[in-house]
Design a protein around this ligand. Structure first.
Ligand SMILES: NC(=O)C1=CN([C@@H]2O[C@H](COP(=O)(O)OP(=O)(O)OC[C@H]3O[C@@H](n4cnc5c(N)ncnc54)[C@H](OP(=O)(O)O)[C@@H]3O)[C@@H](O)[C@H]2O)C=CC1
Ligand SMILES: CC(=O)N[C@@H](CCC(=O)OP(=O)(O)O)C(=O)O
Length: 352
């Protein structure tokens, strides 16, 4: 592909945390060119005013949202907006010929009754939602490559499902025994001011939230149900950790075959992910740390079996803003454009 063939790409919600990660990744992507950045309260400012450390790399302004103008200037559009807004924009952008990747929850659910129950917004775009593809490449690589609209997964579902997929696909666990204990850095809550994210509130503390009812529960259950072939309910508890970014998700489930040991599970995981460049199964007895994934699109998995309880324990570490959000969206974009899924995405963390 020559320079003149670069694909024009826009970001709506460019001033947010997901938006700035997309800008950072796409500025160095060899096959795309940023042609539109959109926002709400930041509209009218240069991008360098919003993020001064990027002023030397980008001269675009943040603009208000004009769908005709976006479609005129972009072939691919990322929507990094609060939940409940993309559903008013995405269908019109797809109609105008754009490929759309929505970072919010609006197109993650095939059945909008579930979305309405958990997100409290009524929807009339069931047909569009049914054609959207869930953007987890390790699950849906072929469908993503053919799609025009991607519902990118949530950060906790990404970390947790990558831990669960080999177990569910091969019937190794009793799905309804799955318990997910996940911890996130504060950037998971986005860039807008929130009291519970203040340094004085979250800084020296570690707490659970959404206990018994977090909206990522039905998202994880949708995939577990598909893979198990019957309705599955799981237990999920998120926690807020005093660090800027990263997720560690620890998943427990009961083995169907109590004879399996750690080495058996590692063989299964390594085989399952052998063609998935963004998932790294760690060697026997090694468990992931969030800092290994920071700034990269990688998911690190550590696998263990407790023979006393017949439970498998899988630990999954990602950067919530990368594999948990913008990095994964670019991985999907690469597939939609027929490119290698690793192109343009950082592989090395700034560890230690
Ligand atoms: N943070 C994370 O770890 C993850 C987030 N997500 C999801 O990705 C999406 C974006 O999240 P994140 O980047 O954290 O969000 P931020 O809060 O950091 O950014 C939100 C963006 O949306 C824009 N915006 C807000 N309200 C409106 C509106 N009414 N109309 C148009 N634009 C609006 C803001 O523009 P302005 O600043 O100009 O007002 C800003 O650019 C959310 O749906 C989130 O749930 C998914 C996975 C992980
Ligand atoms: C730490 C923190 O607040 N995390 C967010 C999850 C971010 C995310 O993935 O949210 P969406 O599903 O809305 O896209 C939360 O629990 O609401």
């Amino acid at each position: 592909m020559s320079n003149t063939d670069k694909i024009p790409v826009g970001i709506v919600g460019a001033s947010g945390y997901g938006g700035v990660q997309l800008v950072r990744i796409l500025l160095d992507h060899p096959h795309v060119e940023l042609t539109y950045l959109g926002g709400e309260s930041s509209a009218g400012q240069s991008y360098g005013q919003v993020y001064p450390h990027l002023a030397h790399r980008i001269s675009l302004k943040v603009e208000s949202i004009d769908l005709d103008e976006i479609a005129r200037r972009c072939r691919v559009v990322f929507l990094g907006l609060p939940n409940g807004i993309a559903c008013d924009l995405a269908p019109q952008l797809v109609d105008r010929g754009c490929k759309v990747l929505d970072l919010s929850a609006d197109y993650r659910f095939r059945d909008l009754n579930t979305y309405e129950d958990w997100y409290g917004k009524s929807r009339s775009d069931q047909e569009v939602a049914a054609m959207a593809v869930y953007g987890l490449p390790e699950l849906n690589r072929e469908a993503i490559a053919e799609a025009n609209l991607i519902g990118c997964p949530g950060c906790y579902p990404t970390a947790s499902l990558l831990a669960l997929l080999p177990l569910l696909k091969q019937g190794i666990i009793i799905p309804e025994t799955a318990i997910i204990d996940a911890k996130s850095g504060t950037s998971g809550g986005g860039r807008q001011a929130k009291t519970n994210m203040l340094l004085a509130e979250a800084g020296g503390s570690f707490s659970a939230y959404g206990v018994g009812r977090h909206r990522h529960t039905p998202e994880i259950e949708q995939i577990c149900t598909d893979l198990a072939g019957h309705e599955v309910r799981i237990q999920f508890t998120p926690h807020l950790v005093p660090m800027p970014r990263g997720i560690l998700s620890t998943v427990y489930a009961t083995l169907r075959d109590p004879g399996l040991v750690r080495e058996d599970l590692l063989t299964i995981y390594n085989a399952f992910y052998r063609n998935s460049p963004w998932v790294k199964v760690l060697p026997s007895g090694v468990y992931p740390q969030t800092k290994w994934a920071l700034g990269t699109n990688l998911c690190y998995l550590g696998v263990e079996v407790d023979p006393r309880t017949d439970r498998v324990i899988v630990l999954s570490a990602i950067d919530n803003l990368m594999k948990g959000q913008s990095g994964q969206a670019v991985q999907c974009m690469n597939l939609m454009l027929g490119l290698d899924e690793t192109i343009g995405l950082p592989q090395l963390a700034f560890y230690p």
